[in-house]
Design a protein around this ligand. Sequence first.
Ligand code: ZN
Length: 536
Amino acid sequence: MPPCRRALGLLVVSTLLMLAMWSPSAQTPPYDLLLKNARIVDGTGGPSSSGDVAVRGDVIARIAPRIDGAAARTVDVAGHVLAPGFIDIHTHARRGIFDVPTADNYVRQGVTTLIEGPDGSSPIPLGEFLDRVAARGITPNFGSMVGQGSVRQAVIGLADRKPTPAELDQMRRLVRQGMEDGAFGLSSGLFYVPGTFTPTAEVIELAKVAGAMGGIYISHMRDEASQVVASVRETIEIGERGHLPTQVTHHKIIGKANWGKSVETLRMIDDARARGVDATIDQYPYTASSTGIGAALLPAWAQEGGRDSLMKRMQTPSARSEIRAETIRLLKEERGGGDPHNVQLARCSWDSSLDGRRLDEVTKGRGLTPTIENAADTALWIIEQGGCSGIFHAISEDDLQRILKHPQTMIASDGEVPIFGQAHPHPRSYGTNARVLGRYVRELKVMTLENAIYKMSAFPAKRLGLADRGILREGNKADIVVFDPATVRDTATFEQPHQYAEGVSIVVVNGQVVFENGKMTSARPGRVLYGPARKR
Ligand SMILES: [Zn+2]
């Protein structure tokens, strides 16, 4: 066939093809969802622009100043901000996700991806757990780290000793398996038992395994109080010698005597980056932390071997008085912030009437003057009853804002999926992202809206290696949040934590609307997301 005839033939064929494609489309519009008249903040940190966003299937099909194509559904978002769904790189969402698979507390703030397995704690084996999450059918996307503490516990229990070479090999194998199961990297909780018994060199050996497979290292550091500077140094060293990106998670400075040390810790992060270490930070925007009363107010040595061993020590008068002295110190200088009123009980499974109460009140309730010494006795009594999780008001607003503004800080909640109305969780589970957008962007102008959104979307996506999320771009997965920048705010407080964030109008996960008009929809489009080394 001569070239012109061939071209004509192609033209006919392509016209027929187009007709074939177009004739049914008389009924099927090109887009499933068209969001019009948005202030588009694309997640990269660049300036916003006005326009429309079209979704087809689970992807963003088109972004343009004006899109006139037909859509199954068109929504005029009336100038609200339209941004990539938020990615929360540090959550304890396995607490609650099976009971509340819709994760309303997160979705209502615009969070569309939850990353689990933080603080050195993850299910082992991870693959089985992720399969169960997938089978449950959840609203947001869900991924996980593999936890160094869980790996160590699986191999040598809660003992304070070094592993044998064979045991270390076994730990390497478990980290490798976690990565092959789909972890995004290795987390550690060197503050907790058994992470606290782990020498730096041992963490580095495991970090090397995760790093060689494309993973990152993320650490709840050994100490966030008097030794916070040394702990940041250790976190940087693990990244540097383990040859992988390293992250200080929920960075904070605990205890009045230590306030201001973020000047130095942030400088260390900058210096490390200047010499080529890929070190970053995440943070939640509150001046209180949350963890177990035992983890916060007992020395690590007392917890070696687990609860039975702890109870035995507490019944031995000499050990008990040593423990008590350390609890008094921790109340004075660290998570107690010098006043038992700073310690609040979050969840006490053995007596829910204590949920939300302050340690000074509980001490008074036992007929004692609320001195630090009596509060320490009350804390030990609480631990003997079965323990509680707690909230610790011992962080300064200055450190918080300094860390928040730092260019290497992303936003992460450290929260969980609460059952609405049950217990007394830290408000971070309900408010983290909305609080940054309302209080720190709109009210205090600590940073721009575009920068805050970058810290919640493109930045964590890049950290995790999620190439198709975190930025509004044609072809990326359609995880989207729409909110009113004039009204978005957190409403959960330390007194009344069970309150949803306000100001978010629409949330889309994988192309499906999951929240709209103040209500969760019935859609459960969340997927399990897998890290870079997954094998199946
Ligand atoms: Zn933590």
